[in-house]
Design a binder for this molecule. Structure first.
Ligand SMILES: Nc1ncnc2c1ncn2[C@@H]1O[C@H](COP(=O)(O)OP(=O)(O)OP(=O)(O)O)[C@@H](O)[C@H]1O
Length: 239
C-alpha cells in the first residue's frame, strides 16, 4: 500500500500540493483528476522523488520513500509512464522493452528478453516485437510505454494522461490493459487522466485535487455527483 500523509510541495510562494493525505491499496486502481494546475503532476513528482515534498511523508508497504532519490524510489518498485511516450525511436519494440527489464529490474540479457516478450504479449504487441518504434502508431506507442514499465517488475505504477489522442476503441484497449495490469498482475495503478469517461469506468476510486488540495476521494459515481468537484471544474473553465 502507498500511503501519503500531509504532503505539501511549494514552488516559491505557490503551494502546488497542500497538505494532501491519501492511500492506494494493493491491487487497487485509483484515478487522480482535477482542473489544470490542480497539482496532479506535482503530486506524482513528490512520489517519484523528482520534487520531494516540503512537508509530509510517503511510504510504500511501510518503507519510507520521502526524501529518497528517484532511482532509489524506482528500485522500490515505483514506475511511472509518461504522457508522451519516452521511447528510443531508432530501436525495435522488443529492444525498448528489454531495456526496461535490464535497467529497471537488473535482469541478464536473456532473461530480460524473455520478460520483454511476455510483457509485449500482455499488452498485445507481440506481433510488433521486431518493428521499429518509429513506425508505431500513437496507440501502440502508449501500449509500448506500458510494456516498458511492466518489464521493470513494478508493484506500483503511476500513469500520466495516457489516454489523450486516442480513438474510443484504442482508449478502450488501453483502459482494459490498465485494468488487467492491476487485477491480473497485482500492480497498484495511480492514474492521472483528463478523459473522464475512461477514468470513471475503469477505476475503483477517484481522488480529486483542486488548487493543491484534496477535495474528494471515493468511488467514481460518488465523485461524479460531488458538488465540490462540479464546482471546481466549472471554476476551472476548460474541462
Ligand atoms: N517546477 C515548477 N516550478 C514552479 N511552479 C510549478 C512547477 N511545477 C508545477 N508548478 C506549478 O504548480 C501548480 C500545479 O501544477 P501541476 O502541473 O502539478 O498541475 P496539474 O494538475 O498537473 O495540471 P495539468 O492538468 O495542467 O497538467 C501550477 O500552478 C504550476 O504552475
Amino acid at each position: 500500500m502507498l500511503q501519503a500523509e500531509g504532503v505539501t510541495k511549494s514552488f516559491g510562494g505557490l503551494v502546488a500540493v497542500n497538505d494532501v493525505s491519501f492511500s492506494v491499496d494493493d491491487e487497487e486502481i485509483v484515478g487522480l483528476i482535477g482542473p489544470n494546475g490542480a497539482g496532479k503532476t506535482t503530486l506524482f513528482n513528490t512520489i517519484t522523488g523528482v520534487h520531494p515534498p516540503n512537508q509530509g511523508t510517503i511510504t510504500l508497504d511501510g518503507t519510507e520513500l520521502t526524501g529518497r532519490k528517484p532511482f532509489e524510489i524506482a528500485q522500490q518498485g515505483v514506475v511511472r509512464t509518461f504522457q508522451t511516450a519516452r521511447t528510443f525511436n531508432e530501436s525495435t519494440v522488443l529492444e525498448n522493452v528489454t531495456v526496461g527489464a535490464v535497467f529497471g529490474d537488473g535482469q541478464d540479457p536473456d532473461a530480460a528478453e524473455e520478460t520483454a516478450r511476455e510483457c509485449l504479449s500482455f499488452v498485445g504487441l507481440e506481433d510488433q516485437a521486431d518493428a521499429e518504434v518509429s513506425g508505431l502508431n500513437l496507440a501502440d506507442r502508449k501500449l509500448l510505454e506500458l510494456a516498458r514499465g511492466l518489464a521493470t517488475d513494478p508493484n506500483f505504477m503511476l500513469v500520466d494522461e495516457i489516454g489523450s489522442g486516442l480513438t474510443p476503441a484504442e482508449l478502450q484497449t488501453l483502459t482494459d490493459t490498465l485494468e488487467r495490469t492491476c487485477h491480473d498482475r497485482g500492480i497498484s495503478v495511480f492514474w492521472i487522466e483528463h478523459i473522464m469517461d475512461a477514468i470513471m469506468g475503469a477505476t475503483d476510486r477517484i481522488i480529486v485535487l483542486d488548487q493543491g488540495q484534496k477535495i474528494a476521494d471515493g468511488p467514481p459515481e460518488e465523485v461524479r455527483n460531488d458538488e465540490r468537484v462540479t464546482e471546481a471544474y466549472l471554476g476551472g473553465g476548460d474541462e
